[in-house]
Ligand binder design. Structure first.
Ligand SMILES: NC(=O)c1ccc[n+]([C@@H]2O[C@H](COP(=O)([O-])OP(=O)(O)OC[C@H]3O[C@@H](n4cnc5c(N)ncnc54)[C@H](O)[C@@H]3O)[C@@H](O)[C@H]2O)c1
Length: 346
């Protein structure tokens, strides 16, 4: 079993990791890597599945309740002998024999995670407990997709992994932000107490094909609006910043983290920083120069700035994003045009 190196602080496990199934050690067995992806029918999850399925030594099981994900995202794999899709809610225990767990299941956009906040926090807390229980039982390595939201409205800029965050514990976003913070705590407690092999990724804003249209996230909003020929609605003041990572870069970072020896937490995101007005202007220029840009009221607790410090990802995983925003947006445009039934430029 690979040695695990914690990221900075002392997170060393008190116990050795649980032993994987005896099948793993059989002299005559040529094992495939059995990988569970929770939330694998969603945006990032389905791209991760595509990448994992490229390796013929991987068997992939997706567990998803289809709250925000869809079978459509996985349709090319349904029926493939190395692929299984299970309709399953992670707030219930799951018993499957696997070697790795990518635990992504959780609605990621505010519209969806605020829709049923109690369910969101249950997904984060009970769902993560269930997946850690599974990892413990079968001796699997588990990776959690945490979020830059654990930094809240950050008081340091850019955010590195040693920053503890500035999070409102009782706001409308807390079900997600605090839910992910508890999920991280559970990961490290299982690691220290039970020796579970953990990996924690702190994902910053990611974009690309298969994002839910009209899910309230800024890139999908602007692209859908531009394709439909509607005004691009920038939430005031418009000077708030975000950084955007193209999904293929994100998937590459997650796989490197899983395969490497560091527990994390490790930021994975693109440090290129844009104001919302700059983003709207870029979408307008690249997708539909005829649309207007208008200002609308902001939502509560919207962070003013977000930019990952990716020094650790760079040093420990040899990872850095490759796709520039100006190259990634047109790739997403094609997918949105198809799904919106607007094939040509307006
Ligand atoms: N997209 C981003 O910019 C971003 C940023 C930070 C963190 N993340 C994290 O990455 C992960 C994936 O995000 P995404 O953008 O692909 O979101 P998504 O909503 O497209 O995917 C989430 C998937 O989880 C499934 N799901 C939700 N609740 C579930 C439950 N209780 N049981 C089983 N399945 C459930 C959904 O049906 C969906 O398929 C999430 O954990 C999210 O918090 C994403």
């Amino acid at each position: 079993m690979a040695k695990q190196v914690s990221n900075g602080e002392n997170h060393s496990a008190a116990k050795p990791p649980p032993t994987p199934s005896p099948l793993r050690f059989s002299k005559f067995f040529q094992p495939n890597m059995r990988i569970l992806v929770t939330g694998g029918a969603g945006f990032i999850g389905s791209h991760l599945v595509d990448k994992l399925m490229e390796n013929e030594k991987n068997e992939v099981i997706v567990a998803d309740n289809f709250f925000t994900g869809s079978k459509e995202n996985l349709k090319k794999w349904i029926g493939h002998p190395r692929f299984e899709l299970i309709r399953h809610d992670v707030t219930e225990p799951l018993l499957v024999e696997v070697d790795q767990i990518y635990h992504l299941a959780c609605p990621a956009s505010p519209i969806f995670y605020k829709y049923n906040p109690v369910k969101t926090i249950k997904t984060n807390v009970i769902g993560t407990l269930n997946m850690l229980g599974l990892a413990k039982r079968v001796g699997a390595r588990i990776l959690l997709t945490s979020t830059s939201e654990v930094y809240g409205d950050p008081l340091v800029h850019p955010q590195n992994e040693s920053y503890w965050g500035n999070v409102n514990p009782i706001g409308v976003r807390s079900c997600y932000d605090e839910g992910k913070r508890v999920a991280e705590t559970l990961m490290f407690d299982y690691h220290r107490q039970h020796g579970i092999e953990i990996r924690v990724a702190r994902i910053f804003n990611t974009y690309g094909p298969r994002m839910n249209i009209d899910d309230g996230r800024v890139v999908s909003n602007f692209i859908a609006q531009a394709v439909r020929g509607e005004p691009l609605t920038v939430q005031s003041p418009g000077t708030q910043t975000r950084s955007f990572c193209y999904v293929s870069d994100m998937v590459d970072g997650l796989i490197r983290l899983m395969e490497g020896e560091n527990t994390g937490p490790i930021n994975i995101g693109n440090p290129g920083e844009f104001t919302m007005i700059e983003l709207a202007e870029t979408v307008k220029e690249l997708i539909n120069p005829d649309v207007e840009i208008t200002m609308v009221e902001n939502t509560p607790d919207d962070p003013r700035q977000r930019k990952p410090d990716i020094t650790k990802a760079n040093e420990l995983l040899g990872w850095e994003p490759k796709v520039k925003l100006r190259d990634g947006l047109p790739l997403m445009e094609d997918d949105f045009r198809q799904r919106l039934g607007k094939p040509g430029k307006n």
